[in-house]
Design a protein around this ligand. Structure first.
Ligand SMILES: Nc1nc2c(c(=O)[nH]1)N[C@H]1C(S)=C(S)[C@@H](COP(=O)(O)O)O[C@H]1N2
Ligand SMILES: [Mo]
Length: 371
């Protein structure tokens, strides 16, 4: 598949919008252009795709799918999806899912991996049960330190191997906002998004939200399967292009603050007779909340605050809008900068370069012509 710089290439995949941008074919990786993320809830047809291996064949009887929870628990459990749906409280939440590599293409020198711009993210409505409730039902032992997630997809080259296997510290696993989900936007999970059962662990790199989930191994130490050597970022910043000392890397955990401009779209021509430009967007900040979003049309020389709309629940994104008096005809760039509740804003340039390109959150910019 030609790369994303080729505008003639569109995604042809069942149930997916041709407006999405393919980044890779084997495995299938697809991002959503920022101007296609204008919905409060991302429709499934526009939701990004990140696979690392095969796409499992949909099972005929999803309610018979089993999930095992074992390891450092009092009572190992193997539950069918039917058991899970009947024994635990069902919850529906709007949760942001974002790939740890979102923004990677902005790094210079280029980092290895899929060249995400700002569209390795979406906010769908997920329905499932709390991961916490299942872990408590199994009885987490005091010795529990980490989870290890296992899935039905396979390595592309070696079908005896997992495509990937990730985990989180037990403290994050026990957060009440994590779901074991079977529905996305009110429908059974599509095959590509993990049918029939997946994790949604919001705020952290999407890779911990394992699709086609079969087992959660509660471990007495950090998980060490394939997938745990990636998603690491420098503790002390390194020279761009260099190879960091392994001791100077830590797991990327909470995702950094980010905003996207969803309208106008990059390259738009705006009517000269309108009195205002209305800018729309979304913002989120990993495990914490967004405090504010500001926009600029003069390369950051001056800023105006955007109106931040409330979240529908924790780990939802905020929609925002800003009204800017229409400037004189000409070429402008609209910049958006979100700031989290700790006062940390998006940087002008992608910070903390790392070879695999995780955590780049520079301000989003769109170019527009007025008149
Ligand atoms: N089993 C399995 N789960 C997985 C993956 C995978 O390749 N296999 N990819 C992960 C990554 S890297 C991301 S960003 C999200 C993407 O979820 P989506 O494809 O539903 O958008 O799924 C995660 N869960
Ligand atoms: Mo990812």
């Amino acid at each position: 598949m030609p790369n994303r710089q080729d505008p003639s290439v569109s995604i042809i995949y069942p149930g997916k919008s041709p407006a999405l941008t393919p980044l890779g074919e084997q495995p299938l990786v697809v991002e959503t252009p920022a101007h296609e993320l204008g919905d409060e809830t991302t429709p499934t047809e526009k939701f990004f795709i990140r696979n690392n291996g095969t796409i499992p064949e949909p099972v005929a009887d999803p309610l018979a799918w089993t999930l095992t929870i074992d390891g450092e628990v009092e009572t190992p459990l193997t539950l069918t999806l039917r058991d899970i749906q009947s024994r635990f409280e069902q919850v529906t939440r709007h949760l942001v899912l974002e790939c740890g590599g979102n923004g990677r293409s902005f790094y210079d020198p280029p980092a290895a991996g899929n060249a995400w711009t700002n569209g390795g993210v979406g906010c769908a409505q997920w329905t499932g049960v709390r991961l916490r409730d299942l872990l408590l039902a199994a009885g987490v032992k005091a010795s529990a330190v980490f989870t290890g997630h296992y899935s039905a997809d396979r390595d592309l080259k070696d079908p005896t191997k997992q495509a990937m296997s990730r985990g989180v510290p037990i403290t994050k696993a026990l957060d009440e906002n994590n779901l074991i989900a079977w529905a996305m936007n009110g429908e059974p999970l599509p095959p590509i998004h993990g049918f029939p059962l997946r994790l949604v662990i919001p705020g952290w790199p999407g890779s911990v939200s394992s699709k086609w989930l079969t087992r959660i191994w509660v471990r007495e130490r950090r998980h060490d399967e394939k997938g745990m050597t990636s998603y690491r970022v420098p503790i002390r910043p390194v020279v761009p292009g260099s190879t960091p000392d392994p001791d100077n890397l830590r797991d990327l955990e909470s995702m950094p603050v980010r905003s996207i401009i969803t309208a106008p779209h990059d390259g738009a021509t705006l009517a000269a007779d309108a009195s205002h430009i209305t800018v729309h967007g979304a913002a989120w900040a990993g495990d914490i909340d967004v405090a504010r979003v500001d926009v600029s049309i003069d390369y950051g020389a001056t800023w105006q605050p955007a109106t931040l709309l409330p979240q529908r629940n924790a780990y939802d994104w905020h929609r925002w809008r800003a009204t800017i008096a229409r400037p004189a005809p000409g070429y402008y760039q609209i910049w958006a900068r979100a700031t989290d509740v700790n006062g940390v804003a998006q940087p002008h340039a992608p910070a903390n370069w790392n070879p695999q390109g995780y955590g780049a959150n520079p301000m989003h910019r769109v170019a527009v012509t007025v008149g």
